[in-house]
Design a protein around this ligand. Structure first.
Ligand SMILES: [Mg+2]
Length: 385
């Protein structure tokens, strides 16, 4: 496949906090990827540039071979930077392969198993009353699932009032949404093992859809006792990179929903494998995606193909997207066809979206320097963000 040899690698750092990759082949086929880890766009950009000698000249259809070459061939592997770089290249290669054959990526993975994918809407507010209002608004827009952050910054073991505030928020959303609403709870790794059971117990009466990152991924051995303690499904995975990071929690039976990120966990190639591993343990996947349109398109291709994909996150209207939103770099602002809280089966070839390259080039002149805030507790010690 000489015509699919990659001849050009271009990177575009665009607001609000994304990095886009464009690969071009000898015959002019173009593929887009999103190789970025939030707050480290320049680092991943440098990584891609370092990999450029491996990318140029590689046939874009030989995706598995490229993945193995980069993962195994560099001796050192894994982690957010290397895996996010590999993820973005992988997405762009799948985009090229799909376009060269004239089919969506899910067709190359075995075809679609569903007609539409449920997505959830973020609800973020300070008070229970505001959260209830935000929930009603999301539901009026057709959403059947929402997610919220139950706690702000936490001390190692924090006060009863922090636990009660989390429960009050959850209660307000449940009351506003009723029993049919799915309510995901993100703890963002802010709670330590010592208080995780108290949080889980306080929220349990309101039947969360899942508890996400109840502890940090590096403390995942704590999940087993938490999983056995609460009836709420346990979810984690946005800070885990490759199937080797996921295998232990599957073996230990300590998780119900895996949340690999298509831009961090190794791209479409790897998340398909993670999903298949999870299915064998009766575990669902709900791909993490607070990033841009290319990352979301890659996640949706997985959702359409993987039987155990139950819901998709998007950054639509997310608080990070200041001044720019998910669809702003698409030629068709209705590119994801979001209706009633679902994305319908995408039918265009490759990743299924059309990037407005002119807009991307203009936005890259502005760039960004997004960093997450550094939080500190009252005693001055750093808190988990
Ligand atoms: Mg999260």
């Amino acid at each position: 496949m000489q015509h699919l040899k990659i001849t050009k690698v271009e990177l575009f750092k665009v607001p609000p906090r994304w990095l886009f990759l464009k690969l071009t082949t000898a015959d002019g086929t173009v593929g887009w990827g999103e190789p970025v880890v939030e707050g480290r766009a320049d680092t991943v950009e440098a990584c891609i540039k370092e990999l450029e000698t491996h990318i140029i000249g590689h046939p874009a259809n030989k995706i598995e071979d490229f993945w193995q070459m980069i993962f195994r061939g560099g001796f050192y592997r894994g982690g957010p930077v290397l895996m996010s770089a590999l993820s973005g290249i992988d997405q762009a290669m799948w985009d090229i392969k799909g376009k060269s054959l004239g089919v969506p990526v899910y067709e190359l993975l075995g075809g679609s198993v569903r007609d539409k994918v449920r997505i959830y809407g973020w609800v973020n507010a300070e008070t229970p009353e505001e959260l209830a209002e935000a929930t009603r608004k999301r539901m009026a827009d057709g959403f059947t699932a929402v997610k919220f952050n139950a706690v702000e910054k936490m001390e190692w073991i924090d006060s009863l009032s922090k636990v009660k505030q989390a429960a009050a928020k959850m209660a307000a959303i449940r009351e506003a949404g009723g029993d049919d609403l799915l309510i995901g709870v993100d703890l963002h790794g802010r709670v330590h093992k010592g208080q995780a059971k108290a949080i889980a117990k306080a929220l349990e009466p309101y039947h969360p859809f899942f508890l996400e990152e109840l502890v940090l991924a590096e403390n995942n051995e704590a999940l087993k006792s938490l999983h056995d303690y609460t009836s709420t499904p346990i979810a984690t995975g946005e800070r885990m990179f490759s199937r080797w990071d996921f295998k232990r929690i599957l073996q230990e039976g300590s998780v119900d929903i895996l949340q690999p990120d298509l831009s961090h966990a190794g791209g479409i190639t790897e998340v398909k494998k993670i999903a298949t591993m999870a299915e064998a343990y009766d575990v669902a996947i709900a791909p993490h995606c607070p990033l841009g349109p290319i990352s979301l398109a890659a996640a949706l291709q997985i959702d359409f193909n993987c039987y155990n994909a139950i819901i998709q996150e998007t950054s639509l209207g997310i608080h990070y997207n200041v001044g720019t939103d998910l669809v702003d770099y698409l030629k068709d602002p209705d590119g994801f066809g979001l209706r009633d809280g679902h994305v319908s089966l995408m039918t265009k070839p490759g990743l299924g979206i059309e990037i407005d390259e002119e807009k991307v080039r203009e936005a890259a002149k502005i760039g960004h320097s997004w960093k997450n805030p550094i939080w500190r507790n009252p005693d001055g010690a750093v808190a988990e963000w």
